[in-house]
Design a binder for this molecule. Structure first.
Ligand code: E4P
Length: 217
């Protein structure tokens, strides 16, 4: 499973990128707001740092303006994936951009039927939002499973990009189901390294190393 980082914070992306943990980046208007940066500037910086796809989202809601915004975003760098919402206008924009050879990430997906439409419109990525479904007492992982089954039934090449990930269990479950990509906040990716038994075991080894007077350097 590829890891995308769901943030527009340059330092956080750089730290994970240096460890080889970053296969791509996703941003959205809320994450741009949080970063306090200009979308065009920060997106250009991220694209220069990361080899993989960097999603940058349009803000218009009509197809014509979305397409113009998408073309401008795509001009930032070759690794831009233009993010469009899963609306009828977004699907039209997806079709037009993908026909021009631009990667498209169709976002705000909450149903398997929406994902089916995105694949038929030529989406490079479909972004089902797990956490926001869980927030409503629904099961976001069921949606990932349904989309996996449908895409496999028909051999769609659109990649399932599990989004709105809030926990390490979301990461594990998305990987078990076979999501192609998971995009997660930097903190969630770092938490994947944690285990209480690792901490406990390390404490013991450190104590015993001191008792044994072990010196390696
Ligand atoms: C994905 O591309 C979105 O930016 C993101 O995962 C949304 O997550 P949220 O529901 O935590 O805002």
């Amino acid at each position: 499973m590829k890891f995308f980082v769901d943030t527009a914070e340059i330092d956080a992306i750089a730290e994970l990128n240096d460890l080889g943990m970053v296969d791509g980046v996703t941003t959205n208007p809320s994450l741009i707001l949080k970063s306090g940066r200009d979308i065009l500037e920060v997106t250009k910086e991220i694209c220069a740092m990361v080899d993989g796809p960097v999603s940058a989202e349009v803000v218009a809601t009509d197809a014509e303006t979305m397409l113009e915004e998408g073309k401008k975003l795509a001009g930032i760098a070759e690794n831009i994936a233009v993010k469009v919402p899963l609306t009828w206008a977004g699907l039209k924009t997806c079709k037009a951009l993908s026909e021009q050879g631009t990667m498209v990430n169709v976002t705000l997906c909450f149903s398997a039927n929406q994902a089916l439409l995105a694949a038929k419109a030529g989406a490079t990525f479909i972004s089902p939002f797990i956490g926001r479904l869980d927030d409503l007492n629904l099961d976001g992982m069921d949606l990932i499973q349904d989309i996996r089954t449908i895409y496999d039934n028909y051999g769609f090449s659109t990649e399932i990009l599990a989004a709105s990930i809030r926990s390490v269990n979301h990461m594990k479950d998305a990987a078990l189901i076979g999501a192609d990509v998971a995009t997660a906040p930097p903190g969630v990716i770092k938490q994947m390294a944690n285990h209480v038994l690792t901490d406990k075991g390390l404490d013991q080894f450190v104590q015993d190393a001191a008792k044994a007077g072990i010196k390696i350097l």
